[in-house]
Design a protein around this ligand. Structure first.
Ligand code: NAD
Ligand code: WQD
Length: 337
């Protein structure tokens, strides 16, 4: 079975490629390297002993996509390629709509032209509206509150409309907060510039690259006043894609939209404490005002993923912190080191 992974040199894509190769799928990657490094291909090879085919191509270029599809004959596509910075999506919305929405239309065009029957899409908890603090079910209101989240919701709508009409199976996975890295420390998240997400920030403070973590708000309605999130180890997330793919290949025109999270909530202070206890490194932090758009609690209801995909998380918060640190320690400047 041959799988196309768009965005396969990125953070989640690279970990998923490792699991695909470990599960004996043939893998081809399309990535324009706008937020990743070609070095990832040799790291994947070091981990798995197998090299994915790599195309340095932009999904916005339909001609190039069609040429690759003609040549490779894919059984399924896993579509990760997207821009993902919430703040940049506010300052440059058209860049996000072009890349994420137009890019997805192109991927669907190439799928249709070449008769591919299965697609897995990376979606996000960002498609949900501000919620009540309870675990979010998939049928909760979809009210994304930034352009990035809106592009993810539009991607979902494109895939469902297109797949229904063209008899294509799809699984749309709404990830909560992916963190951690492969055990080897050879691949991991590689933020360009100052990270905006919590875990890369903590690990760069630990390595001395950043001076101090600002904890955004300590007056939330949570057990210690700091924001609570559903963190998920990126290798658990990668395995979720394998289960989704196997289901699609087993059941023609299978359709699913489901959350991918752990169902457990940890606050910012919980994450700092866990990181400190696992690594023995004190994190320099202080309280700052709330970050615009943040909410108290964001937690996944994980029942549907368990029932439909037979999938649940296996890594705990300490594993996530240990693997995050191992990656950061071995690659203090990301893929530049
Ligand atoms: P990432 O930036 O590390 O990976 C995305 C990859 O796509 C990068 O390698 C980038 O170079 C590539 N890319 C972007 N636009 C492209 C284009 N036009 N053509 C070809 N390649 C292109 O991000 P990630 O964290 O691995 O995210 C992967 C997917 O998961 C995205 O769709 C993102 O929206 C979604 N997601 C991520 C998170 C998260 O917290 N990381 C959470 C929920 C959903
Ligand atoms: C986690 C907690 C912050 C940084 C985002 C997107 C979501 C998904 C995952 C893509 C919050 C606090 C953070 C810092 C802090 N991405 N924090 N200091 O905002 O839950 O989710 O990434 O789809 O859609 O919204 O993740 O890691 O930014 O924040 O105190 O320097 O850490 O306030 O409580 P978030 P995050």
């Amino acid at each position: 079975m041959k799988v196309l992974v768009t965005g396969g040199t990125g953070y989640i894509g690279s970990h998923t490629c490792v699991e695909l190769l470990n599960n004996n799928f043939d893998v081809a990657i399309i990535d324009n390297l706008s937020n990743s490094s070609i070095e990832v291909i040799s790291r994947i090879y070091k981990i798995t002993g197998k090299k994915p085919i790599f195309y340095n191509t932009d999904i916005c270029n339909l001609n190039e996509l069609n040429c690759i599809f003609d040549k490779e004959k894919f059984d399924a596509v896993i579509h990760f390629a997207a821009l993902k910075s919430i703040s940049e999506s506010v300052s440059e919305p058209l860049k996000y709509y072009t890349n994420n929405v137009f890019g997805t239309v192109n991927v669907c065009e190439a799928i249709k032209r070449n008769g591919v029957k299965n697609i897995v899409l990376s979606s996000s908890a960002a498609v949900y509206g501000i919620n009540s603090g309870k675990a979010i079910k998939e049928n909760a209101a979809l009210l994304p509150h930034n352009p990035y989240g809106r592009t993810k919701l539009i991607q979902e709508q494109i895939i469902t409309d297109f797949a229904n009409t063209n008899k294509i199976g799809y699984v749309i996975l709404r990830y909560f907060n992916p963190i951690g890295a492969h055990k080897s420390g050879l691949i991991g998240e590689n933020p360009l510039g100052e990270p905006s997400n919590l875990m890369p920030y903590i690990s760069q403070v630990a390595s001395g690259r950043l001076k101090k973590l600002n904890v955004f708000g300590n007056d939330y309605n949570t057990h210690d006043g700091t924001g609570v999130r559903d963190y998920i180890h990126v290798m658990d997330l990668a395995l979720g894609h394998i289960n989704a793919l196997k289901k699609l290949l087993d059941i023609p025109e299978y359709k699913l939209i489901c959350n991918i999270g752990s169902g457990h909530g940890y606050s910012v202070l919980d994450m700092i404490k866990s990181f400190e206890s696992v690594t023995g490194i004190k994190i320099n932090f202080g309280y700052a005002k709330r970050r615009a758009g943040d909410i108290d609690i964001c937690l996944a209801d994980t029942e549907l993923a368990q029932k439909e995909l037979g999938w649940k998380t296996s890594y705990n918060i300490n594993d996530m912190c240990a693997d995050e640190w191992n990656w950061q320690k071995l690659n203090p400047k990301g893929f530049l080191s």
